[in-house]
Ligand binder design. Sequence first.
Ligand code: ADP
Length: 169
Amino acid sequence: MAVQQCLVLIKPDGLVKSLTGNIISALSETKLKIVGAKIVSVKRELAEVHYSDLKKQKPQVFESVLKYIQGDFHTNRVLALVYQGENAIKKIREIAGSTNPEDADPTSIRGKYGRINSKTGVFENVIHASDSEDNAKREIQLWFSPEELTETIYPIKKQEKTQEVRIWA
Ligand code: ADP
């Protein structure tokens, strides 16, 4: 089995419930390597692109899911992580559990900590994990720039940057 990457998001409910440590501990059982990590305040544009497939597949929940990942129900923070190693996607998704927390294995992350919000109907399942190599590549390139990762996992190109940046005053 080849080395894979997988984007993991600890969603706003995971952060609000102080589950970051528990989730990272559970994932450490995979012995995979973390090659990127950052806290992100999710804007609508990022959420829309991240969940672009969901718009077609599950239009009935799309708007609520966008609100959920942007933090409208919890906090506007997500912890984004990139894991790397053999068979990373299957290993992580097994520990994460099924999308619906009521169907998830009770010992999985979603089984333990997830819930269905009775007001919105959203599966608040505390974690996102890429489900294929193609999606992992698309998602990692969406959430991270090459210099934010400790390894060059996809081809890069160089470009002059003239954009204004913020620095400490
Ligand atoms: P996964 O996150 O397991 O890859 P999807 O990509 O299908 O699953 O869905 C993205 C997210 O949207 C889910 O993690 C969950 O938070 C929410 N979601 C998906 N399907 C439903 C549904 N039928 N009802 C409520 N929320 C849903």
